[in-house]
Design a binder for this molecule. Structure first.
Ligand SMILES: Nc1ncnc2c1ncn2[C@@H]1O[C@H](COP(=O)(O)OP(=O)(O)OP(=O)(O)O)[C@@H](O)[C@H]1O
Ligand SMILES: [Mg+2]
Length: 310
């Protein structure tokens, strides 16, 4: 059972309109709503491939209940929520179909107390006997969580479990100090750590090397449509997807993480694991909904993924 942890999930609403005119009253002709949040996306992608997963989102208020209900009924995911006092945020995306332009409005995330943080650690501890891997995804909505991923990584070491951290900012930096098994920054997230621009391929490899030297066993630097650079043991390669018709790449990093999670738990060799991760990330970018691809689409992409050793 792969556990995904999402401290900052959301009700993810998309409003479809023709044209956005600021200050005007605009009637939508369609509206869709899903459970958002990076770990929730990872669980959805694992589920799409037939893997076993349990989502652990922090949820509060009626919007929090809605997130859990959507995960369980729409996504058919097993869910073990951490209840918090403050309300889960809603993210509203306005999609102008005439211009193919999207504008997203983010509500602030909830405050989370130290006590709620300890409650979350306890809940995760109770799930450990069933766990095969722990994934921590996304940012912290409250500085009280700055050491949360670090503590979960430490717990995973004690339980002899591998962990993946996909985040940025202080919560990510702290997590790095506990040495998770795998990290998957994109360029922007890596730049927040290196505090300098990463533009050339040499600088990208330099960043991967830096994380490896810190002791992280598996480093994947994702590059959007250009795929990813990977370093594991003494193997380093660039893994590239085929060209596709990009519809919505949001959540592709989460789908990539899901692919690696399946690879790690199924003890795949590193190249097969990378192919699966890249194919899942790419399949996600080919449709609007996040993690809504089918295994058949991923299987077709797998053969087209290219690996070039460093
Ligand atoms: N336009 C695209 N064409 C083909 N593959 C893509 C495209 N965008 C993303 N991918 C695939 O998905 C993987 C992850 O994408 P990306 O680097 O954009 O992650 P990310 O920035 O973490 O995204 P998010 O945080 O929204 O999930 C890439 O390595 C690639 O395999
Ligand atoms: Mg990402």
């Amino acid at each position: 059972m792969i556990i995904t942890i999402t401290p900052n999930p959301c009700v993810d609403k998309t409003i479809f309109i023709d044209t956005l005119l600021p200050g005007d009253k605009i009637r939508a002709y369609r509206c869709s709503c899903i459970a958002g949040g990076k770990g929730c996306n990872v669980s959805r992608a694992i589920n799409a491939m037939g893997g076993e997963t349990i989502a652990v989102p922090f949820v509060g208020g009626h919007t929090g209940k809605h997130v859990v209900e959507m995960l369980e009924t729409m996504d058919r995911l097993q869910c073990s929520p951490v209840e918090i006092t403050e309300m889960t945020r809603t993210i509203t995306t306005v999609l102008e179909e005439s211009r193919h332009r999207q504008t997203a409005l983010f509500e602030p995330g909830p405050s989370i107390s130290q006590k709620e943080c300890r409650k979350a650690l306890k809940l995760i501890e109770q799930l450990l006997p069933e766990a095969t891997l722990i994934i921590m995804s996304g940012s912290a909505p409250d500085p009280n969580l700055d050491n949360f991923y670090r503590d979960v990584v430490q717990m995973s070491h004690e339980a002899n479990l591998n962990s993946i951290v996909d985040a940025y900012g202080t919560i990510f930096e702290q997590a790095l100090s506990a040495i998770p098994y795998m990290i998957k920054p994109n360029i922007e997230e890596a730049e927040k750590i290196t505090k300098s621009p990463i533009t050339t391929r040499a600088e990208q490899w330099g960043t991967v090397d830096r994380f490896r030297k810190q002791g992280i066993p598996l480093v994947v630097l994702s590059l959007g449509a250009e795929g990813a650079l990977l370093s594991f043991k003494d193997t380093q390669f660039h893994v590239e997807p085929p060209p596709i018709n990009t519809v919505n790449p949001v959540g592709s990093g989460d789908a990539l993480v899901a692919g690696f999670a399946l690879g790690i738990t199924q003890k795949m060799d590193i190249e097969s694991m990378a192919r699966l991760g890249i194919a899942m990330g790419t399949a996600n970018a080919m449709s609007w909904d996040i993690g809504a691809f089918r295994k058949k689409e991923v299987d077709q992409l797998l053969e087209q993924v290219q690996i070039t050793h460093r």
